[in-house]
Design a protein around this ligand. Structure first.
Ligand SMILES: [Zn+2]
Length: 153
């Protein structure tokens, strides 16, 4: 099945963004990270769809919404293979892969219980020190945090 046919597993979108190749278990985290529950846009969520690559995947379609890089790159930390399809007039006009940004603010909880961010009401601040391995380092206590071990706030 090619990408275009797969995207059609969920109702067609005239204008907006299709977030594809989401691991099924990450769909609801992404909804939360992007603040989709607060939007009034028409949003379609496909869940546990068949995927050759992932076995099972999710798709989120958001009508009349285009994300800036800063918004969308936040989700790279939980699902680095996500693909964005930008839809205009029912056509995919652009396919964009998400990329891990250089720093993450307020997304990942620091794994060090002694860290000031776990003891004061403040926003966490992680530096991405290895984009391939998704290794993060806390700006405050310098603890390194590895892929698969993060706690998403
Ligand atoms: Zn820390």
């Amino acid at each position: 099945m090619n990408d275009n046919k797969q995207a059609l597993q969920v109702a067609a979108l005239r204008n907006g963004t299709v977030i594809d190749h989401i691991p099924s278990q990450s769909v609801f985290t992404i909804i939360r990270l992007l603040g989709l529950e607060h939007m009034t846009n028409n949003i379609t969520i496909g869940y546990n769809l068949e995927s050759e690559k992932l076995g099972s995947k999710g798709i989120i379609k958001i009508a009349d919404k285009y994300f800036c890089d800063e918004e969308i790159n936040r989700i790279a930390v939980i699902a680095p293979n996500i693909l964005l399809n930008i839809i205009k007039d029912y056509q995919v006009v652009e396919k964009r892969k998400v990329q891990l940004p250089d720093e993450l603010k307020g997304i990942v909880k620091c794994a060090n219980p002694q860290c000031i961010t776990n003891n004061e009401p403040m926003t966490t601040f992680m530096l991405v020190i290895d984009k391939k391995k998704c290794t993060l380092k806390c700006h405050y206590c310098e603890k390194e945090q590895y892929k698969g071990e993060y706690t998403i706030i």
